[in-house]
Design a protein. Structure first.
Length: 304
């Protein structure tokens, strides 16, 4: 019998469906079919609630888990031994890079202020706002999405400084941040959430940022110490734009909502019309490799 694949969308979305495989459309948060023990290739739903990982223990034939997210911190620990975990690298580069640029420009040009005045039918000008031009932007986490952010920043006549876990030609090591932060006008976070990056942006990090600098988080909420950020915002030392928060969803009474100099979007970095064409393309390519017995892309762990 051909290997069984669980998809969170109709196979027709893949275009030409790879042959030699069986397909079922399953959302384990709604129901778990009796075929769960036969699944060999599991494409998780985009929104990975607890039920998405809980079903793994019943997948006796499982060989591959393919996520539609770039981050796998909420499922990695649940992957059974011998099962290959692949992330959605490449799916969200375009969408997340666009949002990062939107958050930067909106914050610098004070768009939230204009929107609030529009709600009040108030025509008011306070003088000049800040431009992205001539700014120094620090990208912390220079991987595929970091590079996509850079490519969209450069036409705005700004300088980009790259930072990654390990230094290499043209890229600073993360250990150099204490020397880099004081000279940055904008700091963009796009690191994965790991034990090394959890709480990376703490009071010391924020204290080293240039006064008035903008912190943009399109990574994971827990990369930033929320209490330290709230204190820095209320002190007026920095500004921030967050697509992610800790905790999520952000409770209605959380102090971040009323913090000054802060723009919040509700973790929508990858949620644009650009996502699904790239998701379908990656999944189709991965299934073609799987059916042919070829090495998979985006492997995070496992023995496949």
């Amino acid at each position: 019998m051909n290997p069984l694949v669980w998809l969170p969308f109709d196979p027709s979305e893949l275009g030409e469906v790879p042959s030699g495989l069986r397909y079922e459309v399953v959302d384990p948060t709604q129901a778990v079919p009796a075929s769960v023990g036969e699944v060999e290739f599991y494409v998780t739903p985009y929104n990975m609630g607890p039920a998405v990982a809980e079903v793994l223990g019943s997948m006796a034939s499982l060989k591959v888990v393919q996520t539609l997210s770039a981050g796998v911190d909420n499922i990695r620990a649940r992957i059974p031994d011998g099962v290959t975990l692949c992330n959605g690298r490449g799916i969200h580069d375009t969408s997340t890079a666009e949002l990062a640029l939107t958050l930067i420009l909106s914050s610098l040009r004070e768009i939230p202020t204009f929107v609030r005045r529009q709600d009040r039918a108030e025509w008011r000008r306070d003088g000049f706002t800040e431009s992205l031009a001539d700014k120094r932007v620090l990208i912390i986490g220079y991987g595929a999405i970091g590079a996509a952010i850079e490519s969209r920043l450069l036409p705005f006549e700004c300088e980009v400084v790259r930072v990654a876990r390990s230094g290499r030609d043209g890229v600073h090591a993360i250990g150099e941040l204490p020397d880099l932060l004081p000279d940055a006008d904008v700091v963009v976070l796009i690191v994965p959430l790991t034990e090394e990056t959890r709480g990376l942006v703490d009071a010391d990090f924020l204290g080293r940022m240039r006064p008035g600098a903008l912190l943009v988080n399109v990574a994971r909420g827990a990369v930033v110490d929320t209490t330290a950020l709230v204190e820095a915002l209320h002190a007026g030392r920095i500004r921030a734009a967050l697509d992610v928060a800790d905790p999520e969803p952000l409770p209605a009474d959380h102090p971040l909502w009323s913090a000054p100099g802060l723009l919040i979007s509700p973790h929508v970095g990858g949620a644009s019309s650009a996502m699904w064409p790239r998701a379908y393309r990656l999944v189709r390519q991965q299934l073609e490799r799987f059916a042919a017995g070829e090495p998979l892309a985006n492997v995070m762990s496992g023995d496949y």
